[in-house]
Ligand binder design. Structure first.
Ligand SMILES: Cc1cc2nc3c(=O)[nH]c(=O)nc-3n(C[C@H](O)[C@H](O)[C@H](O)COP(=O)(O)OP(=O)(O)OC[C@H]3O[C@@H](n4cnc5c(N)ncnc54)[C@H](O)[C@@H]3O)c2cc1C
Length: 331
């Protein structure tokens, strides 16, 4: 089959690779200028900051096998982080057990690798899926071109992105659109800080209680990162939702204050930036692994499916959901 995959994050790329392995001809459309989605690294003059997904865990045997393969290929490594929980500047608990993996030399490197050997068309936003004879055409817009183009026809279409972004495209499959509308993803403001001076906090990452920030991590403590005092912070879900439309400069000020009070450090950064994720992590997932309509030949996958895990919103969910969808299609 000729298959279009919309979205080049972990879910879209995993599904595309597995379908291509089964002999299908796959074209991936991605609205941003690179693959990886929320496994993202912002490149700055100080080095990269993983400002989306921080690390990932592997609970299910299928994902554990994949993770072992990536480890052997040198694409990912263990992050041996010293983790604590902070409450009002005081570390109240030492790090939790379990292995945490990161892509090297930045989280975006895994997306780049998964996109290799695939036909990935970046800078192409799909705005509509239209029925055409026995298949589908995509309406595609690109920033550099004033008018929308048509792509296809395709025998099947896979939509691999956050549920809220998938909803308008699922108009072609109304029953699926209704189900997707039940999933909910929470927003997140990320804070990126670079310091000239060492902070010497004694930990590499911390969950934070009673603060605007819910998590901070010393990015350079991850393997193969450029040395330096680079920290990433994530605001809590509640605070991010409440301040979603705020001026980024105000958000930066407030989150920097929260960083200082959570860590007890008053060192001023030489670099500070924020990034808004409108759809960061699924808080109300669908209990299934994916959705696939064999009559319409439209499917959807992503981290908003629990896919056999307890909860959702993680890289492992995206992988398992995509693998389940590829299996349904090839079955
Ligand atoms: C701040 C933050 C922290 C996180 N922390 C962790 C963590 O520590 N551990 C963990 O496991 N997970 C974490 N996650 C979640 C993790 O990043 C996701 O679960 C995973 O990356 C989702 O992959 P996906 O392929 O389902 O979606 P995405 O990565 O969102 O990929 C979807 C892709 O579709 C593209 N797209 C959207 N609409 C269109 C369109 N109309 N046309 C073309 N392309 C389109 C997008 O640009 C994107 O590239 C975090 C996420 C965020 C934002």
């Amino acid at each position: 089959m000729q298959i279009a995959v919309i979205g080049a994050g972990m879910a879209g790329l995993t599904c595309a690779r597995q379908l291509a392995t089964h002999g299908h001809s796959v074209t991936v459309y991605e609205k941003s200028d690179s693959a990886g989605g929320r496994m993202s690294t912002r490149e700055t003059e100080l080095g990269g900051f993983d400002h989306g997904a921080q690390y990932f865990t592997a609970r299910q045997p299928a994902f554990q096998r994949q993770v072992a393969t990536w480890c052997r290929a040198g694409l990912i490594d263990l992050w041996r982080a010293r983790l604590v929980t902070l409450d009002s500047g005081v570390a109240i608990a030492a790090g939790l057990s379990g292995q945490r993996f990161v892509a090297v030399p930045g989280m975006n490197a895994l997306g780049r690798h998964l996109a290799q050997d695939l036909d990935v068309r970046t800078g192409q936003r799909v705005t509509q899926i239209e029925s055409y004879h026995d298949g589908w055409l995509l309406r595609v817009s690109a920033e550099t071109v004033a008018i929308e183009a048509s792509a296809g026809p395709f025998d099947a279409v896979i939509i691999a992105m956050p549920a809220d972004q998938a909803a308008p495209l699922l108009a072609a499959a109304p029953m699926m659109a209704l189900q997707a509308a039940q999933a909910r993803l929470a927003p997140c403001w990320s804070l990126l800080l670079g310091f000239e001076q060492e902070l010497r906090l004694g930990y590499d990452g911390a969950w934070i209680r009673n603060s605007r920030l819910a998590w901070i991590a010393h990015d350079a403590s991850k393997p193969q990162r450029r040395p330096g005092e680079h920290w990433v912070g994530h605001a809590s879900t509640e605070w991010s939702a409440e301040h979603l439309e705020d001026d980024p400069e105000r958000v930066k000020e407030k989150l920097l204050k929260a960083f200082h009070s959570a860590t007890g450090s008053d060192v001023q950064p030489v670099y500070a930036a924020v990034h808004r994720w409108r759809f960061a992590q699924a808080i109300e997932p669908l209990p299934s692994a994916c959705l696939w309509d064999p009559q319409l030949r439209i499917g959807t996958c992503g981290d908003w499916f629990s896919a056999g895990l307890d909860g959702a919103g993680r890289i492992e969910n995206a992988y398992l959901s995509a693998a389940a969808l590829a299996e349904s299609i090839t079955a």
